[in-house]
Design a binder for this molecule. Structure first.
Ligand code: TYC
Length: 101
């Protein structure tokens, strides 16, 4: 009689991978007023005045700045809401998302 356990393949290692987080990026432009960028960062990303100002300034100087890191759906929702708020005021301000390495 055959012993079934001897013909079974060894179990695969099942490693549960954590879902990748996504960065929200603030993109510089030449038109959106600095104060408006700061106001959006405070409202949508719950930043203090000082934090929001530093992030705005970094994007202004470097072209881009990471605002925060979230699970994908949260990052996309926040970036979308912030970009829509700017659009509603006639500004081209953009927030983008990308997966973290
Ligand atoms: N560059 C803009 C200005 O000089 C301000 C600004 C900063 C706009 C950061 C977008 O992501 C931005 N009015």
């Amino acid at each position: 009689m055959s012993d079934k356990s001897t013909i079974l393949k060894p179990e695969r290692k099942t490693r549960t991978e954590r879902p990748r987080l996504h960065k929200v990026l603030l993109v510089n432009d030449d038109f959106t007023p600095r104060e408006f960028v700061v106001a959006v960062l405070k409202a949508e990303f719950r930043m203090s005045d000082d934090e929001a100002f530093q992030v705005m300034l970094a994007a202004h100087k470097l072209g881009l700045c990471v605002v925060a890191v979230f699970p994908r759906d949260v990052a996309e929702t926040k970036a979308g809401r912030a970009t829509d708020a700017a659009k509603a005021h006639g500004f081209p301000l953009r927030f983008e998302t990308e997966p973290e390495e």
